[in-house]
Ligand binder design. Structure first.
Ligand code: TEU
Ligand code: CA
Length: 555
């Protein structure tokens, strides 16, 4: 297997709106990020993935971009960006930009032109179709954020496709001029010195020519088979690689929802000349009776099967990302751990151990290193996220399901759980802002905050710091071969890694009960690299406490 810096790196995701506010308007900004670079350096990460900071009307918090070469006013100026980049570089930190090019904002200049008329030079920058039977959308596809995926445009008298909100029209990648515009823009950022791209829903950029009705789930048809991993996606990515990516020493990660292991080898194969790694969701994906909305925990055996399949089947062939949460997912400690005061810290550390000893590039989502939890939303009026707001409307206000039934699912899975402000200290608004935060601060900030954790050597923060340091110390953690043990066990997640005769054993108790475990002989006199509780791991039989985790190196 080739060795590359981005395989050895640890990434930290910043959702700028909620990270740190420097001017009291309640919205996180670039100067706020710059002011916290020392904190990230202390944590030990190498790369920052910055969620979008471009000019945007914020229908989807910056994932609807109206100018790719300007900074969102609320976040600051291009000078602030340059300062942040140079301050990051001077600390040895890299910055990876979010590249959102499946769609733009409807306020982007290209779309403003495109909708004018069929004669306009930009007319085919987007995906336009005639309606069906006069006034019906071209097909039955539903958008990811609810409603039809088609929007009728008065001036053009046609429908345009939007797989996300109607303010996020899909670009027409089949048009070579669109590809050139995107590649030029990417080069512009690379020349500025940024260190890579995280590519938003990059697996959706190529659509089939034919756009038949999709299979109906709920109210609308599924566009998946016609828009995800479409006919030309690999051709376009190879073109992008040849014209832009291959010219710079940058890191590229493709958000590829719904990708299979086989497809991942095409996107991120060692010699595929497309992207460095995929970012896929199989271990966190839920397909329940209300789509992604559920309040059920995934059985541990399912989680183990999924994570292990990716570990073993990609080994030596392609590269994957490792993550528990991001800005679209609920908080991991609430979802897979236990966020009650008795178990929050220990289970947060256990989950971190489980993920960080695997193969792949780890991503830490802001606040995860503090063990931040889901937010106790009082009602739908507290949501800011377009997906959550629309889902409540579509499911509850239309009376398809009762509030009582649906609400626990929203509490458990809403994206806004991840988007409450980072808890910096125990002062007003957790030190995030001196104004009114754009989304409420979690009331538990007095107990859970960065200042307290920096002072406590046993904190979740210091545990993450140690995990990151171990990855740097042991190539085995980056390059070792993975093997799952005790696959059927519903409480323990146990696996080994092996490289050049050296072996690592990771044992994680996912349950609230004590569990017995027999330590394999080769590890009995081994060195304990990290553990979240104290125990004697030199004995044959060991009783693990709730959420206990440890890692042993073979002797
Ligand atoms: O998310 C893509 C994506 O797959 C989402 O539909 C995801 O499944 C959903 O958020 C889960 O609830 C990316 C961005 O990460 C997300 O924040 C954007 O809203 C979306 O693309 C549109 O740009
Ligand atoms: Ca601000």
């Amino acid at each position: 297997m080739k060795r590359n810096w981005w395989k050895e790196a640890v990434v930290y995701q910043i959702y700028p709106r909620s990270f740190m506010d420097s001017n009291g308007d309640g919205i996180g900004d670039l100067k706020g990020i710059t002011s916290r670079l020392d904190y990230l350096k202390e944590l030990g990460i190498d790369v920052i993935w910055l969620s979008p900071v471009y000019q945007s009307p914020n229908d989807d918090n910056g994932y609807d971009i109206s100018d790719y070469q300007a900074i969102m006013e609320e976040f600051g100026t291009m000078e602030d960006f340059d300062e942040m980049l140079s301050q990051a570089h001077s600390r040895g930190l890299k910055i990876v930009m979010d590249l959102v090019v499946n769609h733009t904002s409807d306020e982007h200049r290209w779309f403003v032109e495109s909708r004018k008329s069929e004669e306009n030079p930009y007319h085919d920058y987007y995906i336009w179709r005639e309606g069906k039977n006069g006034n019906q959308p071209p097909n039955n596809w539903g958008s990811c954020f609810g409603g039809s995926a088609w929007q009728y445009d008065e001036s053009r008298q046609m429908y345009y496709l939007h797989l996300f909100s109607k303010k996020q029209p899909d670009l027409n990648w089949d048009n070579p001029r669109v590809r050139q515009e995107v590649f030029d823009m990417m080069r512009w950022w690379c020349e500025k010195g940024i260190d890579g791209f995280r590519m938003d829903v990059i697996s959706m950029i190529s659509k089939t020519e034919e756009m038949p009705d999709g299979e109906v789930h709920g109210l609308y048809g599924d566009f998946g088979p016609y828009c995800v991993h479409g006919p030309n996606v690999h051709r376009y990515l190879r073109e992008m690689n040849e014209q832009v990516l291959s010219k710079y020493d940058i890191m590229t990660v493709g958000e590829t929802s719904g990708v299979t292991v086989e497809q991942a080898k095409l996107y991120a194969g060692e010699d595929a000349h497309e992207l460095n790694m995929v970012f896929q969701f199989e271990h966190v994906d839920v397909h329940g009776k209300y789509g992604k909305w559920t309040d059920e925990k995934m059985p541990l055996s399912t989680l183990k099967e999924t994570l292990s399949r990716w570990q073993t089947q990609l080994y030596g062939k392609a590269w994957n990302s490792l993550f528990w949460d991001n800005h679209d997912q609920p908080r991991v400690v609430s979802r897979f751990g236990n966020d009650s005061p008795a178990f929050r810290e220990v289970s947060a550390k256990m989950l971190a151990t489980c993920l960080h000893m695997m193969q792949g590039t780890p991503y830490i989502f802001q606040g995860e290193e503090l063990g931040m939890t889901n937010y106790p939303f009082a009602g739908p009026e507290e949501f800011r996220d377009i997906e959550s707001i629309n889902a409540y409307r579509e499911w509850c206000e239309s009376k398809k399901v009762s509030h009582e039934e649906f609400w626990p699912c929203m509490l458990f899975t809403s994206r806004d759980n991840a988007r409450t402000p980072v808890q910096w200290d125990d002062s007003t608004n957790a030190g995030f802002t001196e104004g009114t935060p754009w989304i409420p601060v979690n009331p538990n900030y007095k107990d859970i905050n960065a200042r307290a954790e920096l002072e406590d050597p046993d904190s979740v923060f210091h545990y993450y710091q140690k995990l990151i340091a171990l990855r740097k110390q042991y190539p085995l953690i980056v390059y070792g071969k993975y093997e799952l043990l005790m696959a059927e066990d519903e409480n323990l997640f146990v696996y080994t890694r092996e490289l050049d005769g050296q072996k690592l054993l990771t044992v994680c108790n996912f349950s609230e009960q004590e569990q017995e475990f027999v330590i394999p002989e080769e590890f009995r006199n081994g060195e304990c690299l990290i553990c979240n509780l104290s125990n004697d791991y030199s004995r044959e039989a060991c009783v693990l406490k709730p959420y206990e985790a440890f890692v042993l190196l073979s002797s």
